[in-house]
Design a protein. Structure first.
Length: 257
């Protein structure tokens, strides 16, 4: 059976890590399959949002340390894909992590690579690789710091402790909390909401949010205007304004947009 499962639900692609006997730890072949799956999603114009999850109640326990212990671990090159697969990619469409159980070490890095995280209240996020001398090389030191601020990020990076529930949400690790076993369903509901919106505008605003990190404020504002003008010139903005003028979507109602 493949270590990666891919399902398309209308305009949503669900990618599942499928190594439950290893708590969905990622070895080198799985990392390649995972990166390829996201490349396929990114190039499919019919698919708007992806969801990353794990089989049998666990998101991902990180890299497969059994393979690492025999010098057959994940590829750690300066160029190309990240050790866990897609973690060096900036896709042009959003990805939601549906987290049950543990999202630790490289699994935490996969979760914070995603745009949003929907987590069960008992899901655990942590830099568990701290105790084994395994470094964060899939963006963990960068993305945790940018998402959470340096104080919260270093609390996780230095101590290796796990966080869950309200603390994970307060930190910004979890964007939504659900009951145990409901993370994937809630992620699908959220993905469907994102699919309803005008897509060029959603994607360009998302892109501006990512691109601004290595820019000065004037450069970032110029870039925001530049890619915003692309949306306006596409006709998407005028079409939306016409829907508003006709009475759609008033008072925060998004059901009929």
């Amino acid at each position: 059976m493949s270590s990666i499962l891919i399902e398309q639900l209308d305009e949503i692609t669900i990618i599942t890590l499928n190594r439950p006997e290893k708590r969905n730890a990622v070895d080198r072949p799985t990392a390649k399959l995972l990166a390829d799956a996201f490349r396929q999603f990114n190039g499919n114009d019919e698919q708007k949002v992806a969801i990353l999850t794990g089989a049998d109640g666990t998101f991902c326990a990180g890299a497969d340390l059994t393979a690492v212990s025999t010098s057959k671990g994940n590829r750690v090159g300066i160029e190309g894909d990240g050790p866990m697969g897609p973690t060096r990619m900036l896709l042009n469409k959003p990805v939601i992590a549906a987290v049950e159980g543990h999202a630790v070490a490289g699994g935490l890095e996969l979760a914070v690579w995603c745009d949003l995280r929907v987590a069960a209240t008992d899901a655990v996020f942590g830099v568990y690789c701290r105790r084994w001398g395994v470094p964060l090389v899939d963006g963990g030191t960068v993305r945790l710091t940018r998402l959470l601020g340096q104080s919260h990020a270093l609390d996780l990076i230095l101590t290796g402790r796990g966080v869950s529930g309200d603390e994970a949400k307060q930190m910004g690790l979890a964007n939504r909390l659900t009951a145990k076993g409901e993370a994937l369903n809630a992620a699908v509901t959220l993905a469907k909401e994102l699919c309803k919106f005008p897509q060029l505008c959603l994607r360009n605003d998302r892109l501006s949010s990512y691109q601004q990190w290595n820019m000065s404020i004037p450069e970032a504002l110029r870039n925001e205007t530049f890619i915003g003008r692309e949306v306006i010139q596409s006709g998407e903005t005028q079409a939306g304004a016409q829907r508003f003028a006709s009475g759609k979507g008033r008072h925060g109602d998004f059901d009929d947009i």
